[in-house]
Design a protein around this ligand. Structure first.
Ligand SMILES: Cc1ncc(COP(=O)(O)O)c(C=O)c1O
Length: 375
């Protein structure tokens, strides 16, 4: 395979544009501080992880053994009950959330899904795919679900079992719904048939390492959890991990002769390269490396919050969050720094690659542009 000079130039220009854009990327929940060059030789193979990662497969160019280790690592981080969990590497949390909701629907076909108005936009799409009844619950100003609104809504809909879609880090404010509080509400209302799915797209990479530890995992009562791999862990290809209680998954799998495996996943052909990336990251960093990364990133978030406030821009963040929220700066600043904005508020997300010098440069741009809009 080779390219014409023109096509090569197109690629070279693209690389240059990417390098420039990456230097100014502090607005989205993706970490760039990785180096996976050791995995380049594996790009020469058509890796495909179709089917259940824990079952043998007829096609041998798969990375199931690495996928198993990756999901086992996250099963431990999420305190999944030993031997009683199952999981696989997904294309990201949109798929992981679809999977969790799918399991919930199979378990509770008459269920109603409750999710907060600050949930990711893909949740509405997933519910539409699955044709599940749902009710949106108010969010508090910090982005956390409004527990009173949830309690009241559950109380009047006791005829249908609830499927709670909890956010463990909302997209705009990184708010975490407390599933211990949610469970207490369900207990108080004597609701026994229920399902809790945790969308831990961003925070799933480090929530287990926070002190105090948020209530979000299997021991806290989750039935399934979705985590993005390209967010806190960091990967050049979108990916994620989904985990669920084994008994829920056993309801949906069926054996497929063509692949010689069990079809328990959403996609047929599945990426065999992303499990290698995640495996490389967790093996080289280990839990201690992840702990250091989150501590450093939180220190940068703290620095950013203080720097904004020092120039008179009211910035805030949720406890132990990497996301710093502030009034929307002028458009040119938002465009340059790729700042996501909603309802007059913007944010930066201090992922592990974000450096204090970038914060300083953003602050200088905001000052030059005359400050942020008023809150
Ligand atoms: C809270 C939340 N849930 C789900 C998603 C979707 O995750 P993915 O991009 O991995 O599909 C995101 C993405 O930003 C998110 O912030």
């Amino acid at each position: 395979m080779s390219l014409s000079a023109n096509d090569q130039k197109q690629l070279d220009d693209f690389l240059e544009r990417l390098q420039q854009a990456a230097a100014l990327e502090i607005g989205y929940p993706v970490a760039f501080d990785f180096d996976y060059r050791a995995l380049t030789p594996f790009l020469s193979f058509s890796l495909n992880n179709a089917g259940d990662p824990f079952m043998p497969m007829t096609y041998l160019l798969n990375s199931h053994e690495f996928e198993q280790e990756v999901v086992a690592f996250f099963a431990e981080l999420t305190r999944a009950p030993p031997e009683q969990w199952w999981g696989y590497v997904t294309n990201g949390s949109t798929e992981g959330n679809l999977y969790g909701l799918y399991l919930a629907r199979e378990l509770l076909p008459d269920g109603i899904v409750y999710f907060s108005q600050d949930s990711h936009y893909s949740v509405a799409k997933n519910l539409h795919f699955l044709n599940m009844r749902h009710i949106m619950i108010r969010a508090q100003p910090n982005g956390e679900i409004d527990y009173e609104d949830l309690r009241e809504t559950l109380r009047i809909r006791r005829d249908a079992p609830p499927v709670i879609f909890a956010n463990i880090g909302t997209t705009m404010k990184e708010a975490r719904d407390d599933i211990a509080v949610i469970r207490a509400i369900l207990d108080e209302l004597a609701i026994e048939r229920r399902y809790i799915h945790c969308d831990a797209a961003l925070c799933g990479g480090y929530a287990a390492l926070l002190e105090p530890r948020p209530a979000w995992d299997f021991e806290d009562g989750a039935d399934s959890i979705a985590i993005s791999g390209h967010k806190f862990i960091g990967a050049p290809i979108p990916c994620g991990i989904t985990l669920a209680r084994r008994r829920h998954v056993e309801r949906i799998g069926h054996s497929v002769a063509y692949i010689g495996s069990v079809d328990t996943t959403i996609s047929g052909s599945r990426n065999g390269y992303t499990p290698l990336l995640l495996w490389y990251a967790i093996r080289s960093l280990g839990v201690e490396g992840l702990r250091r990364r989150i501590a450093d990133a939180l220190a940068v978030a703290d620095y950013a919050e203080r720097r904004f406030n020092a120039i008179g821009v009211t910035a805030w963040r949720n406890p132990q969050a990497l996301t710093v929220v502030f009034p929307q700066p002028p458009d040119a600043v938002c465009a340059k720094w790729q700042l996501a904005t909603a309802g007059g508020a913007s944010h930066i997300i201090c992922m592990p690659h974000v450096r204090r010098e970038q914060i300083d440069a953003l602050i200088a741009d905001i000052q030059r542009a005359g400050g942020a809009r008023s809150a």
